[in-house]
Design a protein around this ligand. Sequence first.
Ligand code: F0G
Length: 401
Amino acid sequence: MHRLVCIHCGAEYPADEVIYHCRRCSHLLAVQYDLDSITIAPGVWERRPISVWRYRELLPVSSAPVTLWEGGTPLYHLKQLGEEIGVRALYAKHEGMNPTGSFKDRGMTVGVSMALQLGMKSVACASTGNTSASLAAYAAKAGIPAVVLLPAGNVALGKVAQALMHGARVISIRNNFDKALELVHELCLSQGIYFLNSVNPYRLEGQKTIGFEVIDQLGGEVPDRMVLPVGNAGNISAVHKGLRELETMGRIDRLPMMTGIQAEGSRPVVDAIQRGLPEVIPEPSPETVATAIRIGAPVNAEKALTAIRATGGTAEFVTDDEILAMQRDLARKEGIGVEPASAASVAGVKKLVGEGMIDRDERIVCVVTGHLLKDPETVVRQCEAPAEIDADLQSLLSALQ
Ligand code: F0G
């Protein structure tokens, strides 16, 4: 059993109410379970394949889920990079290995399943790209229409291609993500469309399973720190919520220090943490090469600030150059292909270690959130074009000189 609870005033709403903000104080909602009454016998989770649905007792879906087999992503030990950065126990959870190439699939398998469970007939989101790609695929699987709003000119090519090919109604607005989110929110409320951005508390339930898998993949050990790129601030909030539930149930005995990384040109959460502000001050014109996290007014900021502060974590920004350099390092030194936003997490660790803010003995898990192929244009801009030669051995040998 579960209900929706306002994270600010504690007002409660029934699980089957379609509601995104508290009616009393307009703050965010979270899904709350009766954790005391949930028993998961030892070995039950471990016997299921590792995926979002391994953890179904802590998910809100009661019917057969809309699934493309999400989760179960690899946790890589970054041996080479860890040595260079000076942290031996450095890991990357590669969320680019999900069905549509990002962690959003964890949220959408739950979110679209809930749309059906709640009797909704259509779904919508605003997106910097990945959410739209994922929603389009899961709506296709569910057989319901999807509308996605994108900030014109600032969405990576692979993501637009996915949203189009999976059959969503794709609309580009001449403004940024923050404005698109406002607009789609109005659309959903006025037209009765199910709103599947991360203000939807059910979507975050799916995403919290990243933390569950990390614990399982580390053999039940809690990492000292989890580092995530932060855009709308939903994912870091989700992982923290899930791990808190495991702690309440006595399955783990402490929480990792939740650490958020943003890009220099869009860093309202970092500023709020570093200056000790009670809430974020929106950045009106966010900029970064990592278009996935080009967000100035993160809607989940309240949850994320709590996650970071309550666990003794921190937040830091990295420059676009640091992001791209780490994208290349992950690709060339570890064989891990990620999109720019994802590289921000590892770049952030490098910076924080350099500043002495991270202890080199920590066991650190970075979430790398999306696949290299999402943003081919940013790859091509960084790399030399292939040499084109005549088809003979002499030309080949001289090209290889
Ligand atoms: N990394 C990638 C690759 C993303 O696509 C996003 C968010 C994030 C990190 C940040 O996660 O918003 O939960 O803090 N992308 C959203 C989208 C906004 O529309 O695809 P967050």
